[in-house]
Design a protein around this ligand. Structure first.
Ligand code: PAF
Length: 284
């Protein structure tokens, strides 16, 4: 496994792979790898000849007061996990390598970024789309693997790649969960034992909301209100938002029409730790 820290070497490595006739699968991460990331690597390995993993805690997507400095950076362990998972190339640049000058250019996706995480963290998605564009530019033509856990991010990046004709096919990968239903996230390690136990409320609420729709409820506002009520019953949890949105436009919907694919999306805080989760439902 090659471990590369300069943009130039990364670009040359993947250009070389393509010249040799290999297809490239890109897995962008911020490190602190867990089974969710490994599932992205596995998907890339199934589809592509060469898997490139990027590990970069992108300062642009953190606002002042967020967890940038505390964000876990277990690089040695990440490299071991990456090698065991069959990654060929790891790109782990420093901040100065990625941003040698303060960036004067930013990539912004309109509409899809307006609500939910975009409203809660106003500069977040511009930071994500800017760094992902840089990574796509460096990696060149490839397939790029993103988890459905960050469903809004997945939608935003997919739209960006299409709008900007980036030579990248964005591949969506399903959420990986703990046995009790908690979606895997690098931020789960921040949870105290009590909060970890209580965090199961996210997946349970989503399950409950999905069952309401599958059982005949046709008013999305009633479902969204029920999600809030359900989370409200867990004293350790503080709901930031719970929405039932159209899965393509991410616009909150009112009537649940038969055949529509919707996404139940929520963010819940336990102390200072924000957990995101979502679930897809096709309205019967
Ligand atoms: O999902 C993440 O880990 C990050 O937002 C990403 C896509 C690697 C960009 O920094």
């Amino acid at each position: 496994m090659q471990v590369i820290s300069t943009k130039d070497q990364f670009r040359r490595s993947l250009d070389g792979a393509r010249l040799a006739g290999h297809t490239v699968g890109l897995v962008p991460t911020m490190g602190a790898l867990h089974a969710g990331h490994i599932s992205l690597i596995d998907a890339a390995r199934r589809d592509c000849d060469v898997v490139a993993l990027t590990i970069f805690v992108n300062p642009l997507q953190f606002a002042a007061g967020e967890d940038l400095s505390a964000y876990p950076r277990p690089l040695e362990r990440d490299l071991e996990l990456a090698e065991a998972a069959g990654v060929s190339v790891v790109f782990t640049p420093t901040d100065a390598e990625m941003y040698p000058k303060p960036t004067a250019t930013s990539v912004h996706v309109d509409g899809l970024t307006a609500l939910m995480e975009g409203a809660a963290r106003p500069s977040h998605f511009d930071g994500v789309t800017t760094v992902v564009t840089k990574l796509f530019n460096l990696a060149g033509p490839c397939r790029a693997y993103f988890g459905e856990k960050d469903f809004q991010q997945l939608a935003v990046v997919t739209r960006m790649a299409a709008d900007l004709d980036q030579p990248v096919e964005v591949i969506a990968c399903p959420i990986v969960r703990e046995s009790d239903g908690l979606a895997l996230s690098s931020r789960n390690i921040y949870l105290s034992a009590e909060d970890r136990a209580a965090a199961v409320v996210l997946s349970r609420s989503l399950e409950h909301g999905a069952e309401m729709i599958l059982g005949g409820e046709r008013d999305a506002r009633v479902v969204a209100a029920k999600l809030s009520e359900f989370v409200g019953e867990e004293p350790r949890a503080q709901l930031e938002y719970a929405e039932v949105v159209d899965a393509a436009s991410l616009v909150p919907i009112g009537d649940l029409r038969s055949g529509t694919t919707v996404r139940l999306i929520m963010t819940v805080r336990f102390g200072t730790t924000r957990l995101l989760d979502n679930r897809g439902v096709v309205v019967p």
